[in-house]
Design a protein around this ligand. Structure first.
Ligand code: GDP
Ligand code: MN
Length: 377
């Protein structure tokens, strides 16, 4: 789950990380009023669920309330990488001596919360990682104990900070790592963490991604979810406990089990077809769950046919077949169905499907061939 900068900076502030004063505006007049209230130069920043706003014209400095108003007018309504700007953050502007990159991610390779820092902050860190990986300093933190002070300080010195700055860096870095653990985040990033001409460290950008699988443990964070992050079908899938990823082909796929779903995607492509999605209905494939899954698949206009692939272990094939037949009569759009059923009560399941006039198979490759033959190439 991605959240906006203004939401992430509030979380950072609550964690004790220094951030500039700021408020959200949805109109140019509001931006002007906020700027007047601060009474100092501000920066007006597009709030969208994507990075690179600076380059896209989504970050503007404003010396006075009138400039803040016109900056907000310029930024509100523009499109940044497919996201329309409907909010700006008006933040007290900072003087910048140095921009540092600081991030903490859950890293599988080091089995740690990995702190990453670079003196080449501000620019896209992916670019630095690619062209100059040595410029990224890393420190693995044990998630149980957090980042140790000596680790944070070593990173601070390697960034070229002086001793008073290193002390601030130590505090910020440890809080950032702690925030990742506490929030079940997969990433928390400050780019840039600035050093002001007076030697103060401050987070002037904030990015947090919460691990979707951990959101249920944080009702307060769940409330931060932004509807524009997901399409309608993606939301229906999440709420229905269905794993759904849209792909670019025309064969809709409904499968019970993630491994079986991935195998199906491979077999479809092996036989010259293009899957429209990955979908795992989970354990229970009753009529309701099947209908929800079907509607999610059919919401993609590219889908010409739905291929159902069920391995009946605990799930009984006759129940699934009944569910599929019941669901098809209630769907918003009718497309050909091809079903592959194998496992518990498969004879009964296949008979129910055939009686309903649905292309039913026991063998996955045969079902895939029937599906590929049923769509335009
Ligand atoms: P991003 O492009 O989406 O990452 O947005 P940022 O918030 O990181 O801003 C992009 C760049 O704008 C920063 O790297 C800074 O160079 C500049 N910037 C942002 N806020 C300020 C500020 O308060 N003062 C100054 N001087 N520059 C700023
Ligand atoms: Mn940034």
């Amino acid at each position: 789950m991605k959240i906006h900068e203004y939401q992430a900076r509030d979380l950072f502030a609550a964690a004790g990380i220094p951030v500039p004063a700021a408020q959200v505006a949805t109109t140019p007049a509001e931006a002007k009023a906020i700027s007047a209230e601060f009474g100092v130069p501000v920066v007006v920043k597009a709030q969208v669920l994507t990075g690179g706003r600076g380059k896209a014209g989504g970050v503007k400095l404003a010396a006075n309330p009138d400039e803040a108003e016109s900056s907000a007018r310029d930024i509100l309504g523009i499109d940044i990488r497919g996201f329309k700007v409907d909010k700006v953050l008006v933040a007290v502007a900072s003087d910048i001596a140095t921009e540092i990159y600081l991030g903490a991610i859950v890293d599988r390779q080091t089995k740690s919360v990995l702190l990453m820092a670079s003196a080449e902050g501000g620019v896209e860190i992916e670019e630095t990682a690619r062209t100059n990986p040595e410029a990224i300093i890393k420190a693995p933190a044990d998630p149980a104990t957090g980042l140790a002070s000596h680790q944070a300080r070593a990173v601070g010195f390697r960034l070229g900070l002086d001793w008073p700055q290193v002390r601030q860096f130590d505090s910020i870095a440890r809080k950032l790592v702690r925030a990742v653990v506490d929030m079940d985040a997969s990433l928390a990033e400050i780019n840039p963490l600035i050093v002001t001409p007076e030697g103060e460290l401050r987070a002037i950008d904030a990015k947090v991604t919460i691990d979707d699988s951990g959101v249920f443990r944080h009702p307060d964070l769940a409330e931060l979810r932004n509807p524009e992050e997901e399409t309608g079908p993606e939301r229906d899938a999440r709420e229905g406990g269905i794993s759904y990823v849209k792909l670019s082909g025309n064969i809709g796929c409904m499968v019970n089990g993630a491994g079986l779903a991935m195998a199906l995607l491979d077999v479809i492509q092996l036989h010259g077809g293009e899957p429209a999605n990955f979908l795992d209905v989970g354990g229970g494939a009753d009529a309701d769950q099947v209908r929800t899954a079907m509607e999610i698949i059919l919401a993609d206009p590219a889908v010409e046919l739905v291929l159902v692939n069920i391995f009946g272990g605990i799930t009984r094939c006759d129940d699934v077949a009944t569910g599929v037949v019941a669901a098809t009569s209630q769907l918003s759009r009718s497309v050909p169905l091809v079903v592959r059923l194998v496992g518990t009560n498969e004879e009964e399941g296949l008979r129910i499907l055939k009686d309903a006039g649905i292309s039913a198979h026991r063998n996955m490759v045969e079902a895939v061939k029937a599906a590929v033959a049923g769509v335009s190439a």
